[in-house]
Design a protein around this ligand. Structure first.
Ligand code: A2P
Length: 269
């Protein structure tokens, strides 16, 4: 099938300050999760780990929501992960997009899950639940992450085993990729499921409290001398993971005050 990606015909005018981009691929993982890619505007620059506001051109006043960019900053396309909310004002329509459709993207990316917001360290922990893995999908494909840290551990916790597959596929693809594989040797994925049987079971916060995540991975407990953290998930998870890291002596940083961990709050109402 040939798809014309250059000239979308739109019913409504494109709002100011917004790119209108074509969908280049869509992949559905479960009935709750999917991934899609759009073409990248030539002038669009971002730092791996940042998010943008996206919407659909289906009304005069489109609904925009914050989405982490899941692709690295060198990629020629832009990738996103999304949940499917049955009555969600955006995802209800977004989950039906097809190759060749138009997605709107505001021009300014931003966010705190960037390497520059962390002080130098040896081991980087990326804590994610559900689609909170998206900014890390970007960062684990950026060579800068491995230049800054000797070891990178991505933790991903979901309710069901099926929801863990995209993180596993992603890490396997990163390690297999001729370009990323070379620098991503130190990357490790720790997947846990909370509502189904799985070799690693439970919330990451509980596994930190019990020390099981450290013994499973064969690393010492987190310390501010060595470890750095990034957190992305639901509001409750952000709170509990932040408390856990503070318990290990880490302190929250930001773009203008780098410290030993950072939290992304953009997706929280
Ligand atoms: P649980 O199944 O025990 O609620 P959700 O789909 O609701 O965003 O949840 C994604 C994953 O995050 C689930 O495995 C869920 O575990 C876990 N989770 C939810 N709340 C917290 C929290 N406060 N701290 C750590 N993990 C959490």
């Amino acid at each position: 099938m040939t798809v014309d990606l250059t000239t979308p015909t739109l019913e409504f005018p494109i709002p100011a300050g917004v790119f209108a981009q074509s969908v280049t691929s869509v992949e559905h993982y479960t009935d709750r999760l999917f991934k899609f890619r759009i073409s990248r505007p030539d002038s669009f620059r971002f730092r791996s780990g940042e998010f943008v506001m996206i919407g659909l051109p289906n009304t005069e006043k489109p609904v925009f929501r914050a989405y982490s960019i899941a692709s690295p900053n060198w990629d020629e396309e832009i990738e996103f992960y999304s949940i499917k909310v049955p009555e969600g004002p955006l995802t209800e329509h977004l989950q039906k997009i097809k190759v060749g459709d138009t997605v709107l993207m505001r021009k300014k990316p931003t966010g705190t899950l960037v390497n520059d917001a962390l002080l130098p360290g040896k081991r980087l922990w990326m804590f994610s639940t559900g689609t909170g893995i998206a900014p890390f999908a970007s960062l684990i494909r950026d060579p800068d992450t491995y230049e800054k840290f000797d070891e990178v551990i991505l933790t991903h916790t979901c309710r069901d085993v099926a929801e863990l597959t995209y993180g596993q596929g992603l890490v396997a693809a990163v390690k297999d990729d001729p370009l990323c594989g070379e620098f991503a040797q130190s990357l490790r994925l720790y997947s846990t499921a909370t509502r189904e049987d799985y070799p690693f079971k439970g919330r990451i916060t509980d596994l930190m409290a019990s020390g099981k995540v450290f013994s499973d991975l064969g690393v010492p407990p987190i310390t501010p001398d060595i470890d750095r953290g990034m957190i992305c998930g639901s509001m409750a998870m952000l709170h509990d993971a932040k408390v856990a890291l503070e318990g290990f002596g880490l302190a929250e940083g930001s773009n203008n005050r780098p410290n030993t961990f950072v939290v992304e709050r953009a997706f929280v109402d």
